[in-house]
Unconditional design. Structure first.
Length: 180
């Protein structure tokens, strides 16, 4: 009886160890992080938006059936994580050949400032290598109409809103081919 218990315990530990190791290396993930904060109190982290959650993880979680219209080509003015999107969504749902829309030259600076405020107020904020220069760090805002969460075929649009600011938003929040 004792030998069976020992064998069962050792087998259980080996299986648990393999499951942990497999979980750490086999499944792609980006995680929520906190950076340079004075408190780890949940109310402060959430209230002050002190976390850093990856756009890829947000897409996987909330837009599993989505279409990523224009993340650009990695290494050529596109998000560095765009290749990982292909693994999840496939080539028919990720438009790598489409460049990120650049709003910086728009004549509607008031509308862009208002749009930036909406992004900051309603979106998740992440820090990632800049699509235009991977040696620099940019902020990416990720927001969508919450009524469309997990909607099949929701179209996410990538936009450059500032020198070091980008956004990924659903197409109901922007006029594709126009201004926000």
């Amino acid at each position: 009886m004792r030998k069976q218990t020992l064998v069962f315990t050792v087998t259980s530990l080996i299986v648990a160890g393999l499951a942990v190791a497999l979980n750490l290396v086999a499944f792609p993930r980006d995680m929520a992080l906190t950076r340079g904060i004075s408190s780890f109190a949940s109310s402060e982290v959430v209230g002050q938006k002190l976390w850093n959650e990856s756009p890829v993880q947000l897409l996987y979680t909330f837009m599993g059936g989505g279409i990523i219209l224009n993340p650009g080509t990695p290494g050529d003015g596109g998000f560095i994580f765009a290749d990982r999107l292909l693994l999840k969504y496939g080539e028919d749902r990720v438009g790598l050949e489409n460049p990120i829309v650049d709003l910086r030259g728009s004549n509607n600076s008031e509308e862009i400032a208002s749009f930036r405020d909406i992004l900051r107020d309603t979106g998740y904020e992440s820090v990632t290598p800049c699509p235009h220069d991977y040696q620099q760090t940019c902020t990416v805002y990720f927001t969508w109409n919450r009524d469309r969460t997990k909607e099949q075929d929701i179209v996410m649009v990538s936009i450059r809103v500032g020198e070091f600011e980008y956004a990924m938003v659903d197409d109901s929040l922007v006029q594709v081919g126009g201004t926000p």
